[in-house]
Design a protein around this ligand. Structure first.
Ligand code: ADP
Length: 473
């Protein structure tokens, strides 16, 4: 179809030639068709318009008009209109052919315009698709009932799902089970009420980790106001969500944990105040006074330690934790740490077995490593079911290991990674704590280019092993 109309330089002579041929045909047909002198011209003008274009067709019509007039109208071989019937015939002839040319011209123009529109539409569709595909966010489409029909590349890269697995509702297997119900309710309401929706949900990454997304959906309506399909976007806002959650947990945990020693301290002080007011003689008793001071100091120390932990977390999260790396002695660190927890162990009558065969020199921050060991020993006491605890120091070729083992309830495999995160505790833990000790410990050991390993089985106790390089690279 695109071959026509022909270029003007071919079209014009061809159009005239075709008219000439039709005139010849007309001459031969004359004995049969008599007065119908334009019969052969109509199809030729039609063909000319189609093949040669509007302008050559008009020229050929003009040529045909004069030729027909010259040969067939009035006295032969003269130009002019002589009778009324000739005027009418000529007018009809011209009118019909102009109509033929005009309608074909309009048809061609409309076709060209719609072709251009199609190209434009395809072009913008292509641009739009490229934008959608290149988006770092997940973009999806679904039919009016909410069944998935399209996902961009980001979706496939993130979830690792195949095209088939992403169709309809099967994609929901990457949705966190805890978010399923809320999503269904929100989306079904949006579908019913034909309005946009927004929801926070967790989607499983191809490596199995869930991340938080802020998902938004919007109905696309047709001219009748009916939903044609849904378009949606899901933006990964995991870090922001975590920061908000951490802040919330931080406030609730710290206020709760700080309140406990403070309330106890307040009570003791109130009792003391009353005794003084009542002029109770025991207030004068030095032994009683010493006991009182000792027990209040325990509360103050707990309070102090909690604030220290909070400060450490804030230093770590803001990247402001500073270290004093200098020559350090591992055996000494362990002896000091054991010394620091010995009172607590003695109070709870728990045996602590220490195996530190010889001194091991290494490069590190003595105070910070002591803090880690004390936390491990305190945890072994807190969660060790009052059974004996052991601490062992050993040297490998280029590293040293400190192993703290208890025989408590142990830690389920599912929790073993989590408890090293900030504010993570095992549900039902009776002992108090912020859930930050192991988090701080891991950060400190990693800053020393070492690692903390955990080996534990439910019901069989836990062994935490700190591995430290002798020299930092
Ligand atoms: P905290 O003890 O203050 O809660 P930690 O970060 O030191 O904080 O420990 C995190 C959680 O890990 C604890 O709440 C506890 O549930 C668990 N945990 C730590 N050490 C042990 C252990 N030796 N045995 C069993 N569970 C432990």
């Amino acid at each position: 179809m695109n071959r026509f109309p022909l270029p003007l330089k071919y079209a014009l002579p061809l159009a005239v030639l075709m008219v000439l041929m039709s005139i010849v045909a007309q001459l031969y047909l004359r004995p049969f068709v008599g007065e119908v002198v334009f019969l052969a011209i109509y199809p030729v003008i039609f063909l000319n318009t189609w093949i040669c274009g509007t302008l050559p067709a008009m020229v050929s019509l003009l040529f045909a008009f004069f030729t027909v007039d010259y040969l067939f109208i009035g006295p032969s071989q003269s130009i002019g209109v002589y009778e009324v019937k000739d005027i009418i015939r000529i007018l009809f002839f011209l009118l019909n052919n102009v109509l033929i040319i005009w309608s074909l011209h309009r048809m061609r123009k409309a076709e060209k315009e719609s072709g251009e529109h199609l190209i434009q539409a395809l072009d913008s569709e292509l641009r739009y698709r490229t934008i959608v595909e290149l988006s770092p966010h997940i973009i999806w489409f679904s039919d009016k009932a909410g069944a998935n029909t399209y996902n961009n590349q980001t979706w496939y890269e993130y979830t690792g799902l195949s095209y088939e697995e992403s169709r309809n509702f099967t994609w929901s297997k990457v949705l966190h089970p805890a978010d399923r119900e809320q999503l269904i309710t929100t989306w079904m309401n949006a579908i019913q009420e034909i309005r946009p929706f927004e929801i926070e949900l967790r989607l499983k990454r191809r490596d199995g980790e869930y991340r938080w997304f802020l998902a938004r959906g919007k109905p696309i309506l047709n001219e009748l106001g009916e939903v044609e399909r849904w378009i949606g976007k899901a933006v990964d806002f995991h870090e922001q969500k975590m920061a908000i959650t951490t802040r919330d947990v931080f406030f609730s945990m710290t206020s709760h944990e700080l309140k406990t020693p403070l309330t106890s301290l307040k009570l003791k002080m109130q009792v003391m105040e009353k005794r003084i007011k009542d002029q109770d003689e025991t207030v004068q008793d030095l032994d009683q006074l010493e006991k009182f001071v000792e027990s209040t100091l325990v509360n103050i120390n707990t309070f102090h330690d909690l604030i220290d932990e909070m400060l450490d977390v804030s230093r770590i999260t803001s990247g402001k934790m500073s270290y004093n790396f200098s020559p350090a002695k591992a055996k000494e660190i362990i002896s000091n740490s054991v010394e620091m927890v010995s009172n607590q162990y003695a109070t709870q009558k728990v045996d602590l077995l220490v195996q530190t065969p010889h001194e091991i020199d290494f490069q590190g921050d003595t105070q910070k490593i002591t803090q880690v060991v004390v936390n491990l020993l305190t945890n072994a006491l807190k969660y060790g079911d009052n059974k004996p605890v052991s601490i062992k120091l050993a040297k490998q070729e280029e590293s040293l290991t400190i192993e703290v083992a208890d025989q408590g309830l142990g830690i389920k495999a599912a929790d073993q990674k989590r408890i090293f995160e900030c504010f993570e505790r095992i549900e039902g833990s009776k002992a108090t704590g912020l859930g930050v000790g192991l988090f701080i410990g891991r950060q400190i050991i990693e800053a020393h280019q070492g690692e903390i390993l955990l080996y534990s089985k439910s019901g069989e106790g836990s062994t935490f092993t700190v591995i430290l390089p002798l020299k930092r690279s």
